[in-house]
Design a protein around this ligand. Sequence first.
Ligand code: ZN
Length: 114
Amino acid sequence: MSSENFSGTSTPARVCQCQRSCRVFVSKREGSKGRRFFRCSAWREENDCGFFEWLDDANHTTIDLKYQIIAVEERINQKMDAMILHMEKSISLIKLAFFVFVMMSFAVLYYMMK
Ligand SMILES: [Zn+2]
């Protein structure tokens, strides 16, 4: 699952008290994070009619869950990246150790055959 699942959902149009088409915002507040809501298009302006409505009231719990899953996925990805980086470092260290071992073996063989 990816965040693309959200961009594909169509947003129903809403007209507020002052007959302007509403704008859709995404909540950044803790507790309602990720929830979308309608707001007067003149929000934070003088002629704001004060219209407010949650866009996804009915299924906001599933939306919250989706965001939580995405957050967990991101954390797992970060851990995986760190692990892969660590493994790559280990592998290059093993390669270096092996190379040194082979060179030393050759050196020992060379001196023994002399
Ligand atoms: Zn309005």
